[in-house]
Design a protein around this ligand. Sequence first.
Ligand code: GLC
Length: 704
Amino acid sequence: MTLEEKIGQMTLYTSGWDVTGPTLNENYKEELKAGRVGALFNAHTVAYNTDLQKIAVEETRLGIPLLFGYDVIHGHRTIFPIPLAEACTWNMEIIKETARLSAKEAAASGLNWTFNPMVDISRDPRWGRVAEGSGEDPYLGSLIARARVQGYQGDDLSDPFTLMACVKHFAAYGAAQAGRDYHTVDMSDRVLRETYLPPYKAAIDAGVATVMTSFNEVDGVPASGNKYLLTEILRDEWGFDGFVVTDYTSINEMVPHGVVANEKEAAELAVNAGVDMDMQGSVFNDHLQKLVEEGKVEEKRIDEAVRKILEMKWRLGLFEDPYHYLDEAREKEVLFSKELMDHSLAVAKESIVLLKNDPVNSKKLLPVSKEVKSIALIGPLGDNQQDLLGTWHASGDAGKVVTVLQGLKNEFPDAKITYAQGAGFSGDDRKGFAEAVETARKADLVIMALGENYQQSGEAASRSEIGLPGVQQELLQAVHKTGKPVVALVMAGRPLTIEWIDESIPAVVNTWHLGTMAGQAIAEVLSGKYNPSGKLTMTFPRNVGQIPIFYNMKNTGRPFQAENKYTSKYIDVPNEPLYPFGYGLSYTTFTYNGLKLSKTEVTGNDSLEVEVTVENTGEYAGEEVVQLYIQDLVGSVTRPVKELKGFKKISLKPGESQVVKFTINPDDLKFYTRDMSFKAEPGDFMVTVGPNAAEGDTIKFSLK
Ligand code: GLC
């Protein structure tokens, strides 16, 4: 390979099909013919990619096949719930299955690489990209990262139904200041390692093939030029042996970051920090050859990068058969198959979180009786397909989405169902209010479908206020004034500040953006065909002023005391969130009793058994996520008031009970101590087992 051909393999360009960033190289096909492109993204369908692969294989000197990448974030053509919704299933098997099926459909469309899982921990719902992640907790986020990598990659990357995965965005992108996308990230090494790095490490340990650098700086150095992250941690500490690709022109952006004076210096900083592939920036193609000639970059570094890229192409089976992902018959058979649709419905139902279901005149509104005579469905998400796909829905087909209106008609065939949009997603147009109020007056039950459109979360979609957009809150209040029983569906890509809804509306269901089968899933939960089991993986604040707010916070030296003015609090809002991490109701009720430990003292490498008896004390069969938290009461540094260290999702029939068991291992007690060594320290620990981060029974043990 010539040096230019080697550098070509380190170059990734977007095709013109679906540009997901600010630039497009009109001449990417000429670059391809010149052997200056190793991979393309945003190109798909067998026909389109076959033409491009033919150029690479038949029209370049070496005929090295292309990689085809795409943002298959929660499905490709058939869309599943946004990742933040799916995380609320706490069900690793169903999450892994979503990734497997996403890979199957995307690979059948000629792709062999997805830019997922996005594993960025975030504690700030103003940041629009919380929609793509798994929430605020490193333990849960790590398990989900592993499940998704296993689902996408399977056991053999040459299987034409699997994709190379790409864990992103390395690192700590979710800690952007003020929740403003692309903003500065600055934190202690301890917080970086304890809170933000674990899910990336879990993906590496699961064998993820590629890593994507993030746009943000970390401790003053942009991730795409950060040797501490890309070489010292990723390679030297963690032993990562895949390749590192940047985010979209993130090398070029080190110039406005202000760590380099020009793009040539940016290319030098990036490749020497450990970047192997430049997404869309062209800076490797434009400058690396000169940098090698000037001795600023060793050709050995180029060879390392190219070897990793070529090895992945080999593992994908592309050298054996460059066209084995490109089979039109398979494409026709797999896209939108029943297997995909059935799974989309199943995982959507399990992602729904019941936030409130208080009785009205001593009768709960949910589940809705099949005898209901008339339902008024009101709100901009009621008869809506596009927005139910959610952010990053890739090439999802909106035309296939089951709307809430259609789902209700399917589930309540004997009811008279009327729809009124009432309001939009922005602005102050209240013209639709009168029709909506009139529609509500004529019905026995009102269902409000309120929330964000798909562009109000995701990339470059941070919001400074995170209530219902536009005048939807006023619409809800106008309908509420009719006195009709109201069920509120909250449908967004992030936690919303819905304190008035929580205070005023008797039944509240958080349905997120659920993808192709959204409307059917929502209707089957409302009818009781499926008893909701979702549990939040991100705290819901009462207002933006509480942010950042998360369950695994520190105690401080002046923890809140109602009777003492000089303690940590606000004078205008409680410290508690509206809904805590791990929260979610069911149509039935569960009790927890008999929490006990196998011993109250452990030493060295001892493990400890925990058990609790959970009983279904209601009248519906249901699922409960039993959660185990641990608090290290005294450490050489301050420790969180609790940390999730285990959970079990169980199913119980009415009256049935189950002894749920956990094992606490010595690794569960380790942390970065004052001298940054990762170990457990002797002392007392508090175990809490309960239905969410704010409730549960406690019991103590000691580590000697
Ligand atoms: C975007 C996103 C990244 C995505 C990439 C390619 O800017 O930050 O998540 O994978 O570009 O579309």
